[in-house]
Design a binder for this molecule. Structure first.
Ligand SMILES: [Zn+2]
Length: 296
């Protein structure tokens, strides 16, 4: 039975992600991963970034990925390099950050912990010039963008779907026609922190429309004139047409408009999050299979 698990994962995820084939006996992880969620998260990391992973094995009682000579440890979703292991409590899981969506009545009291960039640094480097080597210039919706190679194919498919929708959906056609700027790769940090934004890795796009139709689009702009900016109802927030959203969401991107600190123009490539939200992966990991292999 266990032998079929990875085959099934591959079948499930080929629609979302392209990954290299398994070269390892994956059964060993059943002993070190505590539950179905952990197993799903490890599987999705490997599926999403398999092309950058040279080796996967059990180290220090955890699953570890060898990425460009750096071991990255699963650490319950935190994905940390060896030198960050003792600081594990200072990081949040890559998978839990977007659980809570706006609008909300009040801001969560707890301060958010940062998500480690160790995996991104191991894959793409830390400096501007290192990351640049992983980026390609391409045309997307008639604008020139500079993006990480890892998401270029996804963007081609997204573009194809958006153009197909524009043929019969007037809102989509107008959105594409009036699109004024697309911001892609540029060096910047997440506001209020020293953590690099996904733009700094070529993994995020801001699609700036011709008009926001007098709606709220970014929490930082709204908070200067709206005290309870986090409770602004959905119908007063700007968002791209549904077909545009769906195209991004079905190819591994998440949307910044979903966050409490909303950013309606921002899409970022997080195939691991996208995968873990798919109903079929949830069914797969938390349903019958998890029970059959004895996972909680
Ligand atoms: Zn952005």
């Amino acid at each position: 039975m266990k032998k079929h698990i990875w085959l099934l994962i591959l079948l499930l995820s080929t629609s979302l992600l392209a990954a290299k084939s398994a070269s390892k006996d994956w059964e060993i992880f059943l002993d070190v991963l505590p539950n179905a969620r952990a197993y799903m998260e490890v599987a999705t990391i490997w599926e999403s970034y398999g092309a950058y992973v040279d080796q996967v094995e059990v180290r220090r009682g955890d699953v570890a990925f060898l990425v460009n000579k750096t071991w990255i440890y699963y650490q319950d979703g935190r994905l940390l390099s060896e030198r960050n292991l003792r600081n594990s409590h200072r990081y949040d899981s890559l998978f839990t950050e977007y659980d809570q969506k706006g609008p909300v009545d009040r801001l969560p009291r707890q301060q958010r912990l940062p998500r480690s960039r160790d995996l991104l640094h191991a894959m793409f480097g830390r400096t501007d010039s290192q990351v640049r080597k992983h980026c390609v210039t391409m045309t997307f919706l008639n604008h020139e963008v500079n993006v990480n190679r890892v998401c270029a194919q996804a963007l081609r498919e997204i573009e194809r779907e958006i153009y197909a929708a524009a043929a019969y959906d007037e809102d989509v056609r107008r959105f594409v026609e009036e699109l004024s700027v697309i911001y892609s790769f540029h060096r910047k940090t997440v506001k209020g922190s020293r953590t690099l934004s996904f733009h700094a890795y070529g993994l995020a796009l801001d699609l700036i429309p011709g008009s926001y139709d007098n709606k709220h689009v970014n929490w930082q702009w709204s908070r200067s004139f709206k005290r309870r900016w986090y409770s602004i109802p959905e119908d007063q927030r700007w968002s791209p047409p549904p077909a545009v959203m769906n195209a991004f969401l079905s190819h591994g991107f998440i949307w910044g408009g979903d966050w409490i600190r909303f950013d309606g123009v921002h899409f970022e490539y997080r195939p691991e999050i996208a995968y873990s939200r798919l109903p079929q992966s949830v069914d797969f990991w938390y349903g019958g299979l998890a029970a059959r292999v004895g996972l909680k």
